[in-house]
Design a protein around this ligand. Structure first.
Ligand code: IFM
Length: 484
C-alpha cells in the first residue's frame, strides 16, 4: 500500500489528503480605500460619492460613514506590520481617487500620492507584494455632479487618473487592477440605488456599465503607456455563478438573462470586444444603446495579463410572474428598484442550508465553476481570486479572543474549490481573502464583519481572530490541512 505524503496532490477521490497549492501561489488579503482609510477630509482629499451617500440620512445602516473607518490612513505602518506577522505574500488595496486627484480633474495631490508611496515602500520592505486597484467605488463627487459614470466624460477622467497613479507608483507596484466589481458601481449605484450615488434609473445603469467598460479600456491603455513592461494589468469582476432553480426552459432563460446582465455585460467587451446580441435584445425596451460609439467595445477589449474573480455566493434564479418585486443581489432583499434592467420577471432564491451574516448562501462550487469558465473564455490567461470571504458576528470570549470557526470553514471550502479548478486545468495564481480587517461594509455600515482581524472601532484596537492564525499557517505552508 502507498501512503500519501505531503507531496501527494489531493484528488477529488481522497478528501483526507492535504491540499497542496502550486509553488509561488500568492496568499493575500484585500481591503479598499473608503472601507478602511478614514481621514476623509485630510491632506486635500475631497468628497467622493460615498462620502455624500453615507452622510445622507437613511442610506447606511446606523448612519455609519467612512469618516474614520479603521483609521488606516494614520495606522498603515502598524497594519503592514500585522500583515507581515500573518505571513501574507500580497496585499490588495485601492487608491482613493479624490485623495490622489482631488475633484477628479487636474493636478495630482502630492500628499495623496506620498501616502501610497510610503505604504507600498513599507509593503515591499516587508516582502509583501502590493496589488493596487484604481477604482473601488469612490468616484469624486464633482465627477458625479457632472454626470457620473452614465456620462462618457467620466471614462476619460478615469484614464487620466490611472496615468497619474501609474506615473507615481509604476516603479514599485507590479499588479494593477483597473476596476473592482463594476457590476456594483453600475447596477447598485445607478439601478437599485442601494450604493452611491443612489440613483434609480435603468438607462443610467446601462450607460454606466458601458462607460465603466470604456473607462477600463482607456485606463489599460494609459497604464501600458506609463508602466514598465514587467507590470501586469487586470480587472476584478464579480461574475455571477448563476444557477437556474429547475431545468425548465423558463428557468434556464431567466438564468441566461441574469448571466448577460451580471457577467457578460462586462466580459463581452472586456474579453471579446463586443456586446452579446441577447443582452442587447433583452434590454431593448429600456434603451437602444445608442450611447455606444463605433469602436467602443473594441477599445474596452484591451489585452489583459491576468483576470481576477471576486466570489461570495451563488445566484439562484427562476422565472417569475409579471410584477414580481425585484431582488437587489446585495443582501438587502427585495426593493422597489431593480438592479436588473429588462429582466424584471426573475425571482432570486437562496440555497437551503447555512448562510453567512449577510444572508448569503454558501456554495464553493460556484467559485470553481467561475474559474473554469474564465479558463475556457480566456485560455492561457492566469487567474486570481481577488476577493472571497464571509461575514459573521464574531463575539469575543471571556478572554477577549475571537474564535471564528465558521469563517475558517468557509475559506477552507472555497480554497478546496480553487484547488479543484486548478486540478481541472485553470491557471490560478493566487487568492486574496476579503478582508484583512473588519471595515465599513458599504450600505451595511460597520455591522457586518469580514475581517481576519477584529477592529474595535471605539479604540481602533486590532485583534487577530483565530482565522488569522489559521490563514497565516496556510500562507506559510501553501498546504490546506484536512478540515478540522
Ligand atoms: O466589502 C465588499 C467589497 O468592497 C467588494 N466586494 C464584496 C465585499 C463584501 O460585500
Amino acid at each position: 500500500m502507498t501512503l500519501p505524503t505531503d507531496e501527494t496532490p489531493a484528488t477529488a477521490e481522497d478528501p483526507t489528503a492535504p491540499v497542496r497549492f502550486p509553488a509561488g501561489f500568492l496568499w493575500g488579503a484585500a481591503t479598499a480605500a473608503y472601507q478602511i482609510e478614514g481621514a476623509a477630509r485630510e491632506d486635500g482629499r475631497t468628497p467622493s460619492i460615498w462620502d455624500t451617500f453615507s452622510h445622507t440620512p437613511g442610506k447606511v445602516t446606523g448612519g455609519d460613514t467612512g469618516d474614520v473607518a479603521c483609521d488606516h490612513y494614520h495606522r498603515w505602518r502598524a497594519d503592514v506590520a500585522l500583515m507581515a506577522e500573518l505571513g501574507l505574500g500580497a496585499y490588495r488595496f485601492s487608491t482613493s481617487w479624490p485623495r490622489v486627484q482631488p475633484g477628479g480633474r487636474g493636478p495630482a495631490s502630492q500628499r495623496g500620492l506620498d501616502f501610497y508611496r510610503a505604504l507600498t515602500d513599507e509593503l515591499l520592505a516587508a516582502g509583501i507584494t502590493p496589488a493596487l486597484t484604481l477604482y473601488h467605488w469612490d468616484l469624486p463627487q464633482e465627477l458625479e455632479d457632472a454626470g457620473g459614470w452614465p456620462a462618457r466624460e467620466t471614462a476619460y477622467r478615469f484614464a487620466e487618473y490611472a496615468g497619474i497613479v501609474a506615473d507615481a507608483l509604476g516603479d514599485r507596484v507590479e499588479l494593477w487592477t483597473t476596476l473592482n466589481e463594476p457590476w456594483c458601481s453600475a447596477f447598485l449605484g445607478y439601478g437599485s440605488g442601494v450604493h452611491a450615488p443612489g440613483r434609480t434609473d435603468p438607462v443610467a445603469a446601462l450607460r454606466a456599465a458601458h462607460h465603466l467598460n470604456l473607462g477600463h479600456g482607456l485606463a489599460v491603455q494609459a497604464l501600458r503607456a506609463a508602466l514598465p513592461a514587467r507590470a501586469r494589468v487586470t480587472v476584478s469582476l464579480n461574475p455571477a455563478a448563476v444557477r437556474p432553480r429547475t431545468g425548465s426552459p423558463a428557468d434556464q432563460d431567466a438564468a441566461r438573462r441574469i448571466d448577460a446582465l451580471a457577467t457578460r455585460v462586462f466580459t463581452g467587451p472586456m474579453l471579446h470586444g463586443r456586446y452579446d446580441e441577447d443582452l442587447l435584445a433583452d434590454t431593448a425596451r429600456v434603451t437602444d444603446w445608442s450611447f455606444v460609439r463605433d469602436g467602443d467595445p473594441g477599445l474596452a477589449g484591451q489585452p489583459l495579463d491576468c483576470l481576477c474573480v471576486n466570489y461570495y455566493t451563488p445566484t439562484v434564479v427562476s422565472t417569475a410572474p409579471e410584477g414580481t418585486v425585484p431582488e437587489r443581489r446585495d443582501g438587502h432583499g427585495a426593493g422597489a428598484h431593480s438592479p436588473w434592467p429588462g429582466a424584471d420577471r426573475v425571482a432570486f432564491h437562496q440555497l437551503p442550508g447555512e448562510r453567512t451574516a449577510m444572508g448569503w448562501s454558501i456554495d464553493p462550487g460556484g467559485l470553481r465553476d467561475l474559474l473554469l469558465r474564465f479558463h475556457r473564455e480566456a485560455p492561457g490567461t492566469p487567474l486570481y481570486v481577488t476577493e472571497n470571504g464571509a461575514a459573521y458576528p464574531d463575539e469575543p470570549d471571556a478572554d477577549g479572543r475571537f474564535h471564528d470557526p465558521a469563517r475558517i470553514a468557509y475559506v477552507h471550502r472555497h480554497l478546496e474549490a480553487v484547488h479543484e479548478a486548478i486540478r481541472q486545468g485553470a491557471d490560478v495564481r493566487g487568492y486574496f481573502v476579503w478582508s484583512l480587517l473588519d471595515n465599513f461594509e458599504w450600505a451595511w455600515g460597520y455591522g457586518k464583519r469580514f475581517g481576519l482581524v477584529h477592529v474595535d472601532y471605539a479604540t481602533q484596537r486590532r485583534t487577530p481572530k483565530s482565522s488569522a492564525a489559521w490563514y497565516a499557517r496556510l500562507a506559510r505552508s501553501g498546504t490546506l490541512p484536512p478540515p478540522a
